[in-house]
Design a protein around this ligand. Sequence first.
Ligand SMILES: [Zn+2]
Ligand SMILES: [Zn+2]
Length: 335
Amino acid sequence: MIQKLLACLLAAALTACLFLPACAEEEKEDEPWICLVCGSESTGKTCESCSVLKGIWPCAGCGRNNIRTVCGGCGLSRDESVEKQALSGNLLTAFPAVRALASEGRPDALCALSDYYMNGIVFPRDVQAALVCLMKAGDADYAPAFLKLGKIYDLGQAVEQDQYLAMNYFRMAAEGGMAEAYWYIGTYYEEGLVISRDDAKAVETFRLGGENGDPDCWMSLAYCYSVGIGVERDPSSALSLYEKAAEEGSALAMDYLGYLYMSGTMMPQDSEKAVEWYTRAAEKGNARSMMALGYAFRTGQGVPADPEEAVCWYEKAALAGRADALDVLEQLGNQ
Ligand SMILES: [Zn+2]
Ligand SMILES: [Zn+2]
């Protein structure tokens, strides 16, 4: 009896094996596919949204629609075109290619797709879907996904805040070479979040992050030297670290150097140098520096006074989210 049962099971297994390829072929008909023209997911022979035929792709090189694997217009291959489209720099143009590559499990595309869900671009905002994308990318050990996950749980804006989980993700991101993750880990040590406060570890982590290419880590290390956290207080080391951070692209450090020069803290006062640093920080989107430039042009500190230029900077600051810029604009308007 048992033997018969085993034989039956074996036969069933064999049949399943034999028929599996055929079944898989048949299933492909109904397998969802991503339309490269509009980015919608469909199962039939035509796109359910834009009704182009399955397999049609718009060439990212010349714009022509193709069905073969090489563009008849410019010779770009389908794969090259999809890559190019995904990297177009325009979220809407890139979307179909990003979604298609993500559906193939490409971790970089999954990471990019998570931003669409997270910010409600193309799709309605869907935090769970964003997390699923990032987890999948994380399964492939894709470090940028760990950094994004860390930031999401660190802020807890869209999910319940979980700094313990965030810390784990930051550690994995740092191991995977994401220098920015060191800044978060260092800050956790400095503030004693989740882990017990350890100033020496904070200093060590900031240094490591800076050496790995994160300029904000130099900025935080500079702060440690300027007040004596985990190291002996040393203003001159602090100053050269602020400069290092700014030179390597930290907008926060540029803004802070602007402040130091303008106020003559730690160095002789120099309004012109201050304006130089504020301008560099503002160009990188630093809203505090935009305010400072508004004030400099309004009062003629470090630059010839120029009321129109001042208004222009206050407007930029307001657009970058500084509510106090609106108050100043109102005052200026009433004068
Ligand atoms: Zn379509
Ligand atoms: Zn082409």
